[in-house]
Ligand binder design. Structure first.
Ligand SMILES: Cc1cc2nc3c(=O)[nH]c(=O)nc-3n(C[C@H](O)[C@H](O)[C@H](O)COP(=O)(O)OP(=O)(O)OC[C@H]3O[C@@H](n4cnc5c(N)ncnc54)[C@H](O)[C@@H]3O)c2cc1C
Length: 238
């Protein structure tokens, strides 16, 4: 145990949630915070999900922090790489990197009623004391692998879309996809011409193609374009 205090605030996770809070703290003049990130790099879910076709589901204009708006997305639904780059730029431009400790995974936390402090324990055994603890660990950082009978004896390669195995060449292969929600909808068209997918329930679908973001569409978040036929569609979504 190396021990020590972090200042007042400890944030777990450096994804959108952690960084968004950090920006607000700095704007409020608060510098006494530390972000603990178990991975060695930024990006959160956008670091972990690298499957073919990974992109946001809502238009990019709406998928950025209000405290760090981006108006020059290259696509209406930007891909994983561009979003990850955006996250890295946000951290750099808001001078957040010095607040982040990479490679530190939180294993547990204990509240001390008398002292009014949290003692956070990391997987390496370090204990860190903070007055305020904020969890920003996200909900998708641990892939859910279903207990499918026979999975352990399946002889072909198998992996979760959130940990895509880019070493596996799928060309000419018969690929079974379990699930057909947000991720599957994005990568199935990328890997197959005539796919067959298995799912428990149907999911909603709509075509979004590979549309770029038009000049008119690159308006600011405060855009009040009329919702007439002339307004770019991403602007009419509020
Ligand atoms: C392909 C894809 C498309 C998506 N599209 C959209 C969309 O269009 N709109 C939308 O609103 N959402 C979308 N999402 C959901 C997306 O996860 C969230 O929008 C957002 O990125 C979550 O940010 P977060 O900071 O809450 O969590 P995360 O990005 O998961 O960040 C959590 C961080 O906490 C770290 N962490 C976890 N546990 C620990 C621990 N014990 N100790 C230390 N660090 C820890 C993780 O390593 C990670 O870096 C999409 C997700 C995916 C995968």
């Amino acid at each position: 145990m190396s021990g020590g205090t972090t200042g007042r605030i400890l944030i777990i996770g450096s994804g959108f949630g952690g960084l968004g809070l950090a920006i607000r703290l700095r704007r409020a003049g608060i510098e006494s915070f530390t972000i603990l990130e178990r991975a060695e790099t930024l990006g959160g879910t956008w670091r972990d999900n690298t499957y073919p076709g990974a992109a946001c589901d809502v238009p990019s204009m709406l998928y950025c922090l209000s405290s760090a708006p981006k108006t020059d997305w290259t696509r209406k639904w930007s891909g994983q790489a561009e979003i990850r780059t955006y996250i890295e730029e946000v951290a750099r431009s808001h001078d957040l990197l010095r607040h982040i400790r990479f490679g530190v995974e939180v294993a547990g936390a204990r509240w001390d009623e008398d002292a009014g402090t949290w003692t956070v324990r990391t997987t390496s055994g370090e204990e860190i004391v903070a007055e305020i603890l904020v969890s920003a660990v996200g909900q998708l950082h641990r892939p859910s692998i279903p207990k499918i009978p026979g999975l352990e004896t399946f002889r072909g390669p198998s992996f979760h879309s959130a940990r895509w195995n880019h070493e596996v060449d799928l060309t000419g292969k018969r690929v079974a996809v379990i699930g057909n929600a947000a991720s599957a909808i994005q990568f199935i068209p990328e890997i197959a011409e005539a796919p067959t997918g298995w799912s428990r329930a149907a999911t909603g679908r709509s075509s979004r193609g590979r549309r770029g973001c038009s000049r008119a569409c690159r308006c600011s978040r405060s855009c009040t374009a009329p919702s007439s036929g002339r307004a770019p569609s991403c602007c009419s979504i509020r």
